[in-house]
Design a protein around this ligand. Structure first.
Ligand code: F6P
Length: 344
């Protein structure tokens, strides 16, 4: 069916968003459907900031990081008359529905807008955290893993020269996907993730054991949301951001200090931060975003609202927004067990 589709990117940006926007526009255009891009996530929908997208206006985007539409963490449910203003935007531009490219927060709002308000939405999962349910991969994750792995590799050589412990803190919020993948890819000697509360004494023992067998340097990768086993170590309460969410970041300093105290080995900290969200998407992220964008446009034109594009077995299939947002997707125990084989 020929249709009129609104597109927005919400939540934290990541590499591959532009590739997804380009793919939606191209696929829609082939079927004579029309696309509109809302600026700055839900904010643009609520405030009527929108422009028509064309094949010409979305050329040259495939390799570019960030999002040409801009993004924000504005949640329509926390804004006055948020739902009504979304309905108005759809009506004013005579849109059949929206394709929302977002992470867990944006997709959860989308699910409720669909289930409770019957606002037609197709979701595309993106986040470097890779924690959206129902899909093996989210757009942006593999590029963040490449960046973090490169950091581990670089830390390796300087750690070895100085006989130091290098602590690398990576993002991931509630999930340890980036830490696990980059740690495994870079040969980390310990990986600390939210899924497996850590014992800092055991980490110290590992590193001492390594030194005992002649390995005088170590790499520790810690996810920003890693948690100690209860009663083993104190962590400071994180401050809140402007949306009331804990602003994570900084656990690496505590870990380095605790390691120095326990082992006497000199430790240094690198907090990779938003570097992980920037840069050009990897080929795999470009392909994933393209597959998902094309499929999302087709789902919209088929009227399959309330679904999200999910990556499974190298293909993209629709899953319900409900399935996608029911639970956060955490690092499975068997994958982490593989990583643990190489600790110490
Ligand atoms: O969800 C993606 C993410 O990069 C998290 O890994 C991180 O905790 C958070 O966003 C940072 O958010 P902000 O861009 O608001 O600093």
């Amino acid at each position: 069916m020929v249709c009129r589709i609104g597109i927005l990117t919400g939540g934290g940006d990541c590499p591959g968003l532009n590739a997804a926007i380009r793919a939606i526009v191209r696929r829609a255009d082939r079927s004579h459907s029309i696309t509109y891009g809302f600026k700055s996530g839900w904010k643009g929908v609520l405030e009527g900031q929108v422009e028509q997208l064309t094949v010409a206006s979305t050329r040259g985007l495939l390799h570019r990081g960030g999002t040409m539409l801009g993004t924000s963490r504005v949640d329509p449910y926390r804004e006055p008359d948020g739902v009504e203003r979304i309905r108005d935007a759809l009506e004013v531009h005579r849109l059949d529905g929206l394709i929302v490219i977002g992470g867990e927060g944006t997709l959860s709002a989308s699910r409720h807008l669909w289930e409770d308000e019957e606002i037609p939405i197709i979701g595309i999962p993106k986040t470097i955290d890779n924690d959206v349910g129902g899909t093996d991969l989210t757009i942006g994750f593999l590029t963040a893993v490449r960046t973090a792995t490169e950091a581990v590799d670089r830390l390796h050589s300087t750690a070895e020269s100085h006989n130091r412990v290098m602590v690398l803190e990576v993002m991931g919020r509630h999930a340890g996907w980036i830490a696990t993948y980059a740690g495994m890819a870079g040969g980390a000697d310990a990986i600390l993730v939210p899924e497996v509360p850590f014992d800092i004494d055991a980490v110290g023992r590992h590193l001492k054991h390594r030194a005992g067998v002649g390995r005088d340097f170590s790499i520790v990768v810690v996810a920003e949301g890693a948690l100690p086993q209860p009663g083993t170590m104190e962590l400071a309460e994180p401050p809140k951001d402007e949306f009331g969410r804990p602003r994570l970041g900084g656990i690496g300093h505590t870990i380095a200090h605790e390691i120095e105290t326990r082992t006497g080995f000199p430790a240094r900290v690198t907090i990779l931060g938003h570097v992980q969200r920037g840069g050009s998407p990897t080929p795999m992220d470009r392909v994933l975003a393209t597959q998902m964008g094309v499929r999302a446009a087709e789902l919209a034109m088929d009227g399959a609202w309330g679904t999200m594009t999910a990556y499974r077995n190298f293909g993209v299939v629709p899953v319900s927004l409900a399935e996608a947002t029911e639970h956060l997707k955490m690092v499975p125990a068997d994958l982490f067990a593989v990583a643990e084989t190489f600790f110490g």
